[in-house]
Write a protein that binds this ligand. Structure first.
Ligand code: FBP
Length: 555
């Protein structure tokens, strides 16, 4: 296989690690924990994994290491990549591999192929040193592939037991987002109830940045993806500032949460950045949003500037209160609805939907461009979520802004020229070569997972924190997954799930945007051009975490 010079150079990059993980460790247990909400229900559903203590890893003195090594029995581990790709997944797996081999060279790592379905269907591959070496510090999930199959049925769990027994697997590591880690916890609980001796450990993955809490400072992949998008936004801004003729409406991935849009705004200082959580808090309608955008466009046009940038979080549509009600009605209506799926053609489906909605939602549904209305009824993902990545909100906004500007022009209140281009950045960043931050963070997450397994832990998420400090000072450990859970409605039923972290409007990253957005909208250009991720060079260029993380940690 041919490789670029950067690919070749990255193969020999040695991720930086916390001092505590550079040799043998001992696990120190903290206080017992509670779930973030709905404690009674969560405890009832997870009698074996509820209330476990947080774990911190401390280095063991060299003298004690040799005696420990000779005691370590060989064991095998299975790993699953679950959900959307995120830069750094391959490094979690190489950390796991190196960690396992350091404990005992006879330990084996198996990869389940194509996501959680690999465990259910018994599709796997042993990950050897030669395979791992090919994937060190690379982007993508192609080493074993990923998938979105939801692990929730007991027959699936039982199939998992069978295959793990065949392969002598002592623990399954699930690398995934909030939903996949929820499943990891359900699986851990089930395996404890069954006393089958298989442990389950989760790892915090998602570019969306919404799997974070008191303990998990950030999910991996967020850093690299945001840096890629910010580079592209910066390039577009420089183009806009050169040609001076286009408004660029840029939708950014991130599912419900607006962390990616916010982080990219902090890195690139666009003229407008919408934040879904703010739209919801202010109870804004679609027209209110359009009006806000139009005000900035008119002000800039009055100064002779008919160009600019607007960042739009992909989940925006779900946060407009009336739209949220409509989507909730659609979710409930479409859950396992064979009548709807059997209907032939878009028109029949549209009529069916209209007949089932409440009057207010029906009115809103009818007012939407047909394309957007259809996108709202597309298949849900296996967790019951609307696939917001397929809803072209940026086009909807351009259309509405255009109409509003035409009215203002007719009234003599707007004299500018409006020419808009739409973009959607998502897939461009999910498989980028991981930044040094993600390469280092993920490798440490993998090593940490092996220590949790070796110590017999289950129902834990691999934890690496203190991330705004140099990697040597990072703190490794484990956090019980039940600690992050609450009850939420999914597919029409209340379910225990990891609580998603949305943008905190009182948090420092949003407050920073709030304090500066008027200046960024202003005709005086404040654009920042972040440029591409740098892998080699001064640490302030190559190793910086996201602005979100720095601001959240008071930096
Ligand atoms: P995860 O939550 O699984 O990490 O996925 C992240 C994401 O990239 C979202 O930002 C996006 O909405 C979604 O995946 C797109 O899904 P798909 O890859 O199935 O098109």
């Amino acid at each position: 296989m041919q490789k670029s010079p950067l690919q070749i150079a990255r193969q020999s990059y040695q991720p930086k690690m916390p001092v505590a993980l550079q040799g043998a460790v001992r696990l120190v247990e903290g206080e017992k924990t509670h779930s973030v909400a709905d404690q009674e229900e969560i405890q009832k559903l997870f009698p074996n994994t509820y209330g476990l203590p947080v774990i911190t890893m401390e280095p063991v003195a060299e003298s004690k290491v040799e005696s420990q090594k000779s005691k370590a029995e060989p064991f095998n581990v299975g790993v699953i990549l679950s959900g959307g790709q995120a830069p750094g997944g391959h490094n979690v797996i190489s950390g796991l591999y190196d960690g396992l081999k350091a404990l005992n060279p006879e330990n084996k790592l198996y990869g389940f192929l194509g996501g959680p379905s690999g465990l259910i269907d018994g599709k796997y591959q042993e990950l050897t040193g030669a395979i791992i070496d090919e994937y060190r510090n690379t982007g993508g999930f192609d080493i074993i592939g990923s998938g979105r199959t939801k692990l929730e049925e007991t027959w699936q769990f039982d199939n998992g037991i069978e295959i793990c027994k065949q392969l002598g697997i002592k623990a399954v590591v699930i690398i995934g987002g909030d939903d996949s880690n929820t499943n990891a916890c359900v699986l851990a609980e089930y395996y404890l109830q069954k006393k089958c001796g298989i442990q389950v450990i989760g790892c915090p993955k998602t570019i969306d940045g919404d799997l974070k809490n008191e303990m998990i400072e950030t999910s991996f992949g967020f850093d690299t993806a945001c840096k890629v998008y910010s580079e592209l936004i910066g390039n577009i801004q420089r183009d806009a500032n050169s040609a001076k003729k286009y408004w660029h409406f840029i939708r950014l991935m991130g599912r419900s949460a607006s962390h990616i849009a916010l982080e990219c705004a902090l890195q690139s200082q666009p003229n407008i950045c919408l934040i879904s959580e703010e739209v919801e808090a202010k109870n804004m309608t679609l027209n209110d949003i359009v009006e806000d955008i139009v005000k900035v466009i008119v002000a800039r046009a009055n100064a002779g500037l008919n160009f600019g940038t607007v960042l739009i979080p992909e989940g925006l549509i779900e946060f407009i209160p009336a739209m949220r009600v409509l989507i909730q009605e659609l979710n409930d209506m479409l859950a396992n609805n064979e009548e709807f799926t059997s209907l032939d053609g878009d028109d029949a489906k549209r009529e069916y939907v209209k007949s089932m909605l409440s009057p207010a939602s029906c009115e809103l549904y009818r007012s939407l461009p047909k394309g957007i209305a259809r996108q709202l009824t597309l298949d849900r993902d296996p967790h019951g979520n609307v696939m917001v990545s397929q809803i072209e909100t940026e086009k909807l906004l351009i259309e509405m802004v255009q109409k509003r500007l035409a009215v203002l022009k007719a009234n003599g209140e707007y004299k500018g020229k409006f020419s808009a281009l739409n973009h959607f950045f998502g897939y461009e960043g999910r498989c980028a070569i991981p930044s040094n931050f993600d390469a280092d963070y993920c490798y440490s997450i993998g090593i940490t997972a092996t220590h949790l397994i070796a110590a017999g832990k289950t129902g834990y998420m691999s934890l690496v924190r203190n991330l705004t400090k140099p990697a040597a000072e990072w703190i490794a450990g484990g956090v019980p997954i039940t600690m992050m859970m609450n009850m939420e409605k999914r597919n029409g039923k209340m379910k225990p799930v990891i609580q998603k972290a949305l943008v905190d409007l009182n948090g420092k990253p949003f407050q920073y945007l709030q304090a500066h957005r008027a200046d960024w909208a202003d005709p005086v250009t404040s654009y920042i051009y972040p440029g591409p991720i740098q892998y080699y060079g001064p640490t302030e260029v190559c190793d910086q975490p996201t602005r979100t993380l720095l601001l959240e940690r008071g930096k």
